[in-house]
Design a protein around this ligand. Sequence first.
Ligand SMILES: Nc1ncnc2c1ncn2[C@@H]1O[C@H](COP(=O)(O)OP(=O)(O)OP(=O)(O)O)[C@@H](O)[C@H]1O
Ligand SMILES: [Mg+2]
Length: 316
Amino acid sequence: MMELIQIKDLKVHYPIRSGFLNRVTDHVLAVDGVDFTIEKGKTYGLVGESGSGKSTIGKTILGLEKATSGQIIYNGNDVTKRGVRKQTKYNRDVQMIFQDAMSSLNPKKRVIDIIAEPIRNFERLSDQEEKKKVKSLLDIVGMPEDALYKYPHEFSGGQRQRLGVARAVASSPKLIVADEPVSALDLSVQAQVLNFMKRIQEEFGLSYLFISHDLGVVKYMCDNIAIMTKGRFVEIGTREEIYTNPQHIYTKRLLSAIPRIDVPNREKHMQQRREVEKEYSSLQKEYYDENGRVYDLKTISPTHQVALKHVESEGV
Ligand SMILES: Nc1ncnc2c1ncn2[C@@H]1O[C@H](COP(=O)(O)OP(=O)(O)OP(=O)(O)O)[C@@H](O)[C@H]1O
Ligand SMILES: [Mg+2]
């Protein structure tokens, strides 16, 4: 395993201010101690309910939010420090794709300027060279050359998402944080965007941090997955481990809630879902401590960890 970036005991707590003096009275524990490693050329999925802290992790990796504590290790440096990010190639190596390409692409700029912007930040190219590079980026995301001089509003949602990807890969990054990149798109367009994200990954040896609440999409895209709730990981594992051998009731509930088109087995799935719900309500104590917080992760296999009070080690 070739690791690209390592997140160690990351915490991001936001102060809550209140009262006449606007004093800090409490904190939102948006991210409350998570550890994981993103490997080179692989996709790491973050899944969980709304407000569980997924975007906060992504933003902190990008340096858009400040870590309260913990480390993010990239090439041996702790990039939670702004100075370190500036001194190294980090800001170039880590880019982002947004959920809503319309609001992330400057509406007043033409495509050539939008896509060239990250290149201009990092290298000096002649107009000729720059145009050539932007054309090749458009080609990579399957957009025609005549897009160069158009504006974002002249494209469909799926096309804009392609432009967002072209822009993200312009600086030849090593990691792209993709926060719900297809959630705003129609199903058919989703598949197209996901497929060219995969193609680009192979071509450039990119890693993705792929954030989504859609377990179907995550299964298609991700090599490793973390399931999150309330700022904590409840289970991490390979795709196979999460989908075929989920251990935490929270994971099981998410999986049993995936809509299925499989009509003949509908009754069986309904039955499974009812069992999961029963287990969830009867075994609360097994899964959450007295403060309703999930337990620390325990190891099941070298790649599979789950937040249970006790685990039986399987064939160790
Ligand atoms: N700037 C902020 N100040 C205070 N609280 C914040 C801030 N940003 C996020 N939070 C809180 O931190 C928690 C985690 O938010 P986050 O956006 O990371 O969740 P998420 O998992 O991405 O949710 P969603 O699926 O809805 O995008 C939430 O309770 C949110 O209200
Ligand atoms: Mg989010």
